[in-house]
Design a protein around this ligand. Structure first.
Ligand SMILES: NC(=O)c1ccc[n+]([C@@H]2O[C@H](COP(=O)([O-])OP(=O)(O)OC[C@H]3O[C@@H](n4cnc5c(N)ncnc54)[C@H](OP(=O)(O)O)[C@@H]3O)[C@@H](O)[C@H]2O)c1
Length: 259
């Protein structure tokens, strides 16, 4: 008999996922990816109507339950409400993807303390609050997957990005620490480290010298990532295929950090 029984390694049928920042960009792409593998999903952003539209598209395309929800991940009460709603609407939360994020660029002397704090609040505190809210449910269920969106900029630095690099480096370390903390309850915590993807976040640099340098100079593949190219990493980390993977940083960066 084969030592590899017929498990469908990447099948997410019957699983449920909560995706912050799911209304657009990488979050929406990952939500669609999970739905394509069989999961029911809840997409969250500060604009409920936009999250609802993105969810409706996913429900139409994949025939799974997809719901939009309005919450600001920097507000603890809204994060709690988001998780309560996911539990109520989807029955439970097997997978959390923390994709809500922002970037404020500029030389350090031009940035205000408020701008620094804003980036930290969304990218780091929001990720921490969302993880904190789902851990009790996942512990009770004796399992779960937490997937944080760090960045290639968690692993290497870039001038003009001090708040963003600080926030993403901290997300990477938080991912490792939480992975150790919850492993006994079969909860895995990993981070995806994307390179440059042409989402709304990167529109300000898309047509600039900086933008061209990113894509051609920084990546081995010399191009922007396509949205569908983030989906495999999310499906993998959410699925049985990744049952022995925790505390890891999965780069999807066109070879940026290989150099
Ligand atoms: N694109 C890239 O090249 C790249 C590279 C590395 C890492 N990343 C990371 O990947 C994640 C997704 O980025 P993206 O490129 O998809 O960005 P995006 O297209 O700008 O989408 C960001 C998402 O986050 C939501 N969001 C922002 N602030 C929020 C808040 N306070 N509460 C709840 N939702 C909030 C936005 O919706 P609302 O505005 O409606 O709230 C939107 O859904 C981020 O963590 C980003 O740092 C992106």
């Amino acid at each position: 008999m084969s030592p590899f029984p017929g498990i469908r390694l990447f099948d997410l049928t019957g699983r449920t996922a909560l995706i912050t920042g799911g209304s657009k960009g990488l979050g929406q792409a990952m939500a669609a990816g999970l739905a394509s593998a069989g999961a029911d999903v809840m997409l969250v952003s500060r604009h409920g109507a936009q999250a609802g539209l993105a969810a409706a598209e996913i429900a139409r395309d994949f025939g799974h339950r997809a719901i939009g929800f309005e919450a600001d991940v920097t507000v603890p009460a809204q994060v709690e409400a988001m998780v309560t709603a996911a539990q109520r609407e989807l029955g439970r939360v097997d997978i959390l993807i923390n994709s809500a994020g922002i970037n404020i660029r500029g030389p350090i002397e031009t940035l205000s303390p408020e701008q620094f704090q804003q980036v930290i609040s969304v990218n780091l505190t929001g990720t921490w609050l969302s993880a904190r809210a789902v851990v009790p449910l996942m512990r009770a269920a004796k399992g779960g997957r937490i997937i944080n969106l760090a960045s290639a900029l968690a692993l290497v630095g870039l001038a003009g990005r001090t708040p963003y690099c600080a926030s993403k480096g901290a997300v990477a370390q938080m991912t490792r620490a939480l992975a150790l903390e919850v492993a006994a309850d079969h909860i895995t915590v990993n981070a995806i480290c994307p390179g440059p993807f042409l989402t709304e976040m990167n529109l300000p640099i898309a047509d600039t010298e900086d933008g061209r340098k990113f894509v051609v100079g920084a990546t081995a593949l010399k191009r922007w990532g396509r949205l569908e190219e983030i989906q495999g990493a999310a499906i993998f980390l959410a699925s049985d295929a990744a049952s022995y993977v925790t505390g890891s940083m999965l780069t999807v960066d066109g070879g940026w950090t290989a150099q």
